[in-house]
Design a binder for this molecule. Structure first.
Ligand code: HEM
Length: 413
């Protein structure tokens, strides 16, 4: 098995390589919280961190832990030309550069700016559901028809790229979050290089267009941005920003919607939640805790540090298991129960601190709009009998497809 790849995406620990184990990693997390809350895994050359307080510290103590994969002691550029696959983005930069980069796009993702998009989001979901109803007879795949296309179209809209290119976006972003462990690891890594290059060329030409002819969209804002010292945002960082926004918000939001439907079905909540958007909003927070779409984030130790009872060296890699922190019994009562009205305000589903998810308000709105439309439009909604396969990634958590069936539809009011 390969160790963490240069993007900071770690390969699976042995306990989770089996797809069924990765579908339900929560018993393993519990064992680890008890028996090995901070443990070194030689096969991945990384430390795994499982308890809530430790995970929170690792992802938010910027002085001790860095997001920059290039400072890892075992870091190697991916090819002989010295190229690596790390995007020049805020996700892989520590302050102060991080803050400069985040400032360029921060305003577009604040709750108020996002709320203005709500009518357009509702329209989009209605259209997608109309298409799903028209194309099928009492059954459709939630991922293909709604949970995947919806966030892609939304971010394409915000950025200002043609929505027609979304099939291409799917290929690129799926390829970039894919796990590089196992037998086909090298082939996947090669595919990732190709996707990054293609996507880079695509955005580069858009950025150049918008520099010459700015529009009222986010690519234009990024293409013409100036940093605090008055210099233009370097092209590589403009490019990294566009790519990050496209990748970060897609499969994650897809999985939030899909994981929510699984939680609601398992707890028989479709009827109870239908028509109650506030309750759906609260339930989404519990989904972010209970089946977090991002289960793990990586960091590099900037200094020698003691965590739990373990001594970690400068340059060591750490994997902070958000999905385990969210189930920590020391933090959440009845942590392995899905409690729909729990309001778990301190879950780590969107991270914590400096790198707290930029897209959280957008993702929450997208999920609320999608789920409320879904529960209101269909009668007799149920997950069809199926074998679930996990998302092909070692940090993004969800299922590849989720067939739904229904007995009737309700007209839009
Ligand atoms: C349910 C959906 C989402 C989940 C679960 C999620 C999760 C996360 C997490 C856990 C982080 C922290 C990374 C770290 O600490 O290293 C993060 C960061 C980030 N997310 Fe999201 N995300 C979601 C949706 C989105 C969307 C819709 C966007 C934008 C379109 C987005 C953009 C970003 C960006 C730019 C960062 C980096 C922030 C920084 O470094 O300051 N995310 N996300």
């Amino acid at each position: 098995m390969s160790s963490a790849n240069p993007q900071g995406i770690q390969a699976f620990p042995d306990a989770l390589t089996d797809p069924d184990a990765w579908l339900e990693p929560f018993d393993w997390y519990r064992e680890m919280r008890t028996d090995a809350p901070v443990r070194y895994d030689p096969s991945r050359n990384a430390w795994d961190v499982f308890r809530y307080e430790d995970v929170k510290r690792v992802i938010s103590d910027n002085e001790t832990f860095s997001v920059n994969p290039r400072i890892a002691a075992d870091f190697e550029p991916a090819d002989e030309a010295g190229q690596d696959m790390i995007l020049d983005t805020m996700l892989f930069q520590d302050p102060p550069r991080h803050d400069e980069l985040r400032d360029v796009v921060d305003e577009a993702f604040r709750a108020r700016a996002v709320a203005e998009r709500e009518p357009r989001l509702r329209e989009l979901v209605d259209t997608l559901l109309d298409e799903a109803i028209a194309a099928n007879d009492g059954e459709f795949d939630l991922v293909d028809e709604l949970a995947y296309p919806f966030p892609v179209i939304v971010i394409a809209d915000i950025l200002g790229v043609p929505a027609d290119d979304r099939a291409q976006f799917r290929e690129w972003s799926d390829s970039l979050v894919a796990a590089t462990s196992g037998e086909s690891g090298d082939a996947i890594a090669e595919q990732q290089q190709e996707s990054l290059q293609e996507m880079g060329m695509y955005f580069l030409s858009l950025i150049q267009d918008r520099r010459e002819d700015p529009q009222d969209d986010l690519i234009s804002r990024i293409a013409t941005a100036e940093l605090s010292d008055g210099t233009p945002l370097p092209q590589q960082e403009a490019l990294g920003m566009c790519m990050l926004l496209l990748i970060a918000g897609n499969i994650t939001t897809t999985n939030l919607i899909t994981n929510a439907v699984r939680c609601f079905e398992n707890n028989d909540l479709f009827d109870e939640l239908a028509g109650d958007e506030d309750a759906i909003g609260t339930a989404i927070e519990e989904v972010l805790r209970y089946r977090a779409p991002v289960q793990a984030m990586t960091r590099i130790a900037r200094t020698d540090v003691t965590l739990g009872e373990e001594s970690i060296d400068e340059g060591d890699r750490l994997v902070a298991w958000l999905g385990s922190a969210n189930r920590d019994e020391q933090k959440f009562d009845e942590s392995d129960q899905f409690i729909v009205d729990r309001e778990p305000t301190e879950h780590l589903g969107f991270g914590h601190g400096t790198h707290y998810c930029l897209g959280a308000p957008l993702a929450r709105l997208e999920a609320r709009v999608a789920l409320s439309a879904l529960l209101s439009r269909f009668d007799g909604l149920a997950v069809a009998e199926t074998d679930l396969s996990p998302t092909r990634s070692s940090f993004v958590y969800g299922v590849e497809s989720l067939p739904l069936q229904y007995s009737g539809t309700n007209d839009l009011t």
